[in-house]
Design a binder for this molecule. Structure first.
Ligand code: PLP
Length: 459
């Protein structure tokens, strides 16, 4: 099929996630044809270094034959098994056990979903159920961070703190609240991490006091806010928020959909600060994007309270046809083996310092206001005035231009709408590939600065 007819078919029939529908009709699709290692090939034969792992998910790189074989073997043996009616399949059981073993503390109970949004949605349903069966039916309010992303299910989108997910969708609802995110670069005291942490703790306490502690069920956060533009809180922030939740008797939910599976160094972001949440959501790196799967993990306490508090003999009415899908579970088991036994996690840790230093060296570039990273997760915030930390005006179309120049230079990264470039390269990157990412991004910044309108706008 010719590329043009594919573009027409796409325009006429395929709705793309989180995009301006008319904008997409106008622009047309970029068709990706194949992938190998850290490289993608588009339909026109261009080779691109994917420094965003698809959508922060292909952590093991493309074309991993052992994953393909695990999926094919499971598909041939048993392509589907329901988890309903007390049935189960070996891969789902083994993957649940392996996650319980690898996850922090007593997160021993796993409910499988198809991705991150339904993991968050399941967590929200479990939290409500938990409140009801523990005799606190008024404890239903949920607090999260401004600019946090917790998916786009009908309920989860209200926990998300990004305006695009609220506009015209009638969320957040009255039980969903947000507090300011810790954002060192734009904080009043960027060089005082203790003050940033103290302000977050105070904001959470104040919000809980405003709602009434007996009415607040949970606090949700990402260990590092990905879709917000990779906002990295000061070290100690996560632990302080976890401890505050314990003090306030509210559940602490860590959304590790991006930060899980080695993205920031250890297997889970919570491990940096020795934090065990009450619930943890995950997806993406769980199957490295080779097939859809997410999960929500429940602590021993939450699980037991729900199991024992449920009316005797009645079903806990939450379930998906594809929960614990055997093919995705087989993929997840093989991907976990790659992380832990084939050195992928260790490789990510080994190349991360060069990646962090390479990007940090771009801080002198006239367009760069802030570089922040942890492990192989990074954000470069662009400004038109370093002194004023001034965001690029919308009419400069900097994000679009940045993505387009990057593409011309053979590099894919995320150009967020507010001028942050996001990076999440595969953990399997070689040192040379890391160097190439940094070099191609530097050239992209230079090329963007060469555009007269942009050069004129920069201080
Ligand atoms: N939670 C976080 C932290 C995410 O980053 C995402 C997706 O990017 C989600 C939830 C939603 O996951 P999905 O897109 O798989 O539904």
């Amino acid at each position: 099929m010719r590329i043009n007819s594919l573009i027409e078919l796409d325009r006429d029939h395929l709705i793309h996630p989180v995009t301006s529908w008319t904008g997409h009709e106008h622009r047309g699709v970029t068709v990706i044809e194949s992938g190998q290692g850290v490289y993608l090939k588009d339909r026109e034969g261009r080779t691109l270094l994917d420094a965003f792992s698809g959508l922060w998910c292909v952590n093991v790189g493309y074309g991993r034959q052992s994953v393909v074989e695990a999926a094919a073997a499971q598909m041939a043996k048993l392509p589907y098994a329901t988890g309903y009616f007390h049935f189960g399949s070996e891969p789902a059981i083994r993957l649940a056990a392996r996650l319980a073993e690898l996850a922090p503390g007593d997160l021993n109970h796993v409910y499988f979903t198809l991705g991150g949004s339904d993991a968050v949605d399941s967590a929200l349903r479990f939290i409500r159920y938990h409140a009801n069966v523990t005799g606190r039916p008024e404890k239903k309010h949920v607090i999260a961070l401004d600019r946090g992303y917790h998916g786009s299910s009908s309920t989860g989108a209200g926990v998300t703190g990004l305006p695009a997910f609220h506009q015209n969708f009638d969320v957040p609802v009255a039980t969903q609240h947000h507090i300011a995110a810790p954002y060192p670069y734009r904080d009043a005291t960027p060089d005082d991490p203790a003050a940033i942490i103290a302000r977050s703790v105070a904001a959470l306490k104040d919000k809980v006091a405003e709602i009434g502690a007996e009415r607040v069920a949970a606090f949700f956060c990402e260990p590092i806010q990905g879709s917000a533009g990779v906002i990295v809180p000061p070290r100690g922030w996560l632990k302080a928020m976890r401890e505050t939740c314990r003090e306030l008797d509210i559940l602490f939910v860590a959304d590790e959909v991006i930060t899980g599976f080695g993205r920031t160094g250890p297997l889970f972001g919570c491990e940096h600060e020795d934090v065990t949440p009450d619930l943890m959501t995950m997806a993406k790196g769980l199957t490295a994007g080779y097939s859809p799967m997410g999960a929500v993990l429940l602590s021993e306490g939450v699980y037991r309270a729900m199991a024992d508090g449920a009316p005797k003999g009645s079903a806990i009415g939450h379930g998906f046809t594809y929960s614990g899908h055997p093919v995705s579970a087989a993929v997840g088991l093989e991907v976990l083996r790659l992380y832990t036994e084939e050195g992928v996690l260790a490789n990510g840790q080994a190349v991360a310092p060069a990646f962090e230093q390479g990007l940090a060296a771009l801080a002198d570039h006239p367009l760069v206001g802030d570089v922040r990273s942890r492990g192989l997760l990074a954000g470069v915030e662009l400004v038109v005035s370093k002194a004023g930390k001034t965001k690029p005006p919308a009419d400069l179309r900097l994000p679009d231009r940045l993505a387009a120049k990057g593409y011309e230079n053979g590099l894919i990264f995320r150009a967020f709408a507010d001028g942050v470039a996001g990076f999440a390269p595969p953990l399997s990157c070689t040192p040379e590939e890391i160097e190439l990412i940094v070099a191609r991004f530097k050239k992209t910044l230079d090329d963007v600065l060469d555009i007269k309108e942009i050069r004129d706008a920069v201080d």
